[in-house]
Design a protein around this ligand. Structure first.
Ligand code: 4LM
Length: 410
């Protein structure tokens, strides 16, 4: 059989994995070591000088991390990958590598709160300015670009508004102007969306989420061209130092092997939950790319293999309605993070995106009535029963969406 022609799902466990050559262990061993012994002084010197292949110190490279990096590069269709200790370490490692003082970034409205915080810090300390724009509209992107723009940074689906950004169109415009497109692919995973194939330059993951999938680790990965990734490894990984621990890399590899079956079930469940929410009178609007009511439902069909497991919705009664719902769930866990086996619910305006100033949050659609659900792998009827008992007491008349002003006053 041609092992190079394996499908994505089979490559999750067969693609880059090799049984241990000395013991035959099916699962690659964990190299839980901080450093590597040299045969002699000359060999050590040669490794530092890059004249000889081989490991030096785990912050610079480790066989378990190399296994994970090869896996992620393969799944995203990239030349190389670099593992980091968190999604934010990957985001900062890539941005610090790409940017210098005086450069400009265009970022999508509504990105993860800590990425907003990082860009804010880069502006304050290093004069790297960021313009936020509604990148669902190409005119908005064009209007935000400047001669100093070096990076377009985006998430799609956007956390937490679930907007989609047309990766092909954005990448085409960026390429013409020599600007790098960096895509945070955390919500979709390479199983559902591969940005590099659509023209993006670099992909970032919070591997804490669907890739790990079990809520037991924090990790990040950056993926891209060989030279670019080598430069990241030798600068912002080596010298800033956010390397992933070998144990977490090993756990992450375990999670990745079941990515396809988990994502399939997340999607099946999310479709059912989204339809249930659309019909509930306490829900004013459901933001899920799999629904025909989603403004980019057609783009979801071409850009993503399936619409994913994340849903946001606007609840009746503004902040009070959101509180009543979040305090009312029992099965669903009230917690930040996402992409895990359990269903998780949270309030972006006061939690994950609270660092964004209120006026910017309102403009980006991160309103007080917005709830985010990471749909888990439970029986969907059980999730629906829990949502029903948390939503029913809110009442509401269903369709008429609250305006932002109503939402602020509630
Ligand atoms: C959350 N998110 O939304 P680490 N990129 C995206 C994210 O959603 C996150 C990160 C990067 C949430 C965490 C509490 C799109 C995180 C950062 O947490 O550093 O692995 O990823 O609930």
């Amino acid at each position: 059989m041609d092992m190079k022609a394996l499908s994505f799902s089979s490559r999750l466990m067969h693609g880059t994995d090799k049984p241990c050559p000395t013991t035959g262990s099916l699962i690659p061993p964990l190299y839980q070591t901080s450093t590597f012994v040299f045969d002699n002084m000359e060999q050590g010197g040669h490794r530092f000088a890059g004249k000889e292949e081989g490991y030096i110190y785990s912050r610079l490279g480790n066989p378990t991390l190399a296994e994970l990096e090869a896996k992620m590069a393969d799944l995203e269709g990239a030349e190389a990958a670099v593992a980091f200790s968190s999604g934010m370490a990957a985001v900062s490692g890539v941005l610090l590598h790409l940017l210098k003082s005086g450069d400009h970034v265009v970022a999508s409205d509504g990105i993860y709160g800590c990425t907003f915080g990082l860009l804010d810090m880069l502006e304050e300390k290093f004069q790297v300015k960021t313009t936020y724009a509604d990148l669902t509209r190409l005119e908005a992107l064009e209007g935000a670009l400047r001669s100093e723009t070096r990076v377009i940074y985006l998430e799609t689906p956007v956390n937490p508004t679930m907007n989609l950004i047309d990766l092909k169109a954005v990448s085409k415009m960026a390429r013409q102007k020599g600007i790098k497109v960096v895509v945070d692919n955390t919500f979709a995973t390479p199983y559902l969306q591969r940005p590099l194939e659509l023209g993006a330059d670099l992909v970032i993951h919070s591997a804490t989420k669907y890739l790990g999938g079990h809520g037991d680790l924090i990790a990040g990965v950056a993926v891209g061209g060989k030279e670019e990734m080598e430069a990241v490894r030798l600068t912002t990984l080596k010298d800033v130092g956010g390397m992933l621990s070998p144990f977490d890399a090993w756990l992450l590899l375990r999670g990745i092997r079941t990515l396809a079956v988990r994502m399939d079930r997340h999607v099946i469940n999310a479709k059912k939950i989204a339809r249930f929410l659309e019909d509930h009178p306490a829900v004013h609007q459901v933001l899920y790319p799999g629904l025909e009511s989603h403004p980019q439902h057609q783009l979801a069909k071409t850009q993503m293999a399936a619409p994913g497991g994340m849903i946001s919705f606007r609840v009746a009664g503004g902040r009070a309605g959101a509180r009543s719902f979040l305090d009312g769930v029992r099965l669903c866990r009230l917690t930040v993070s996402l992409g895990e086996v359990c269903t998780l619910v949270q309030h972006p305006a006061s939690m994950t995106h609270s660092v964004i100033p209120e006026d910017a949050r309102q403009r980006m659609g991160i309103t007080e009535d917005l709830i985010r659900i990471s749909v888990g792998l439970e029986e969907p009827e059980d999730i629906i029963a829990d949502l029903t008992s948390a939503l029913d007491p809110i009442g509401g008349s269903g369709k008429a969406p609250l305006t932002d002003r109503d939402s602020r006053l509630a």
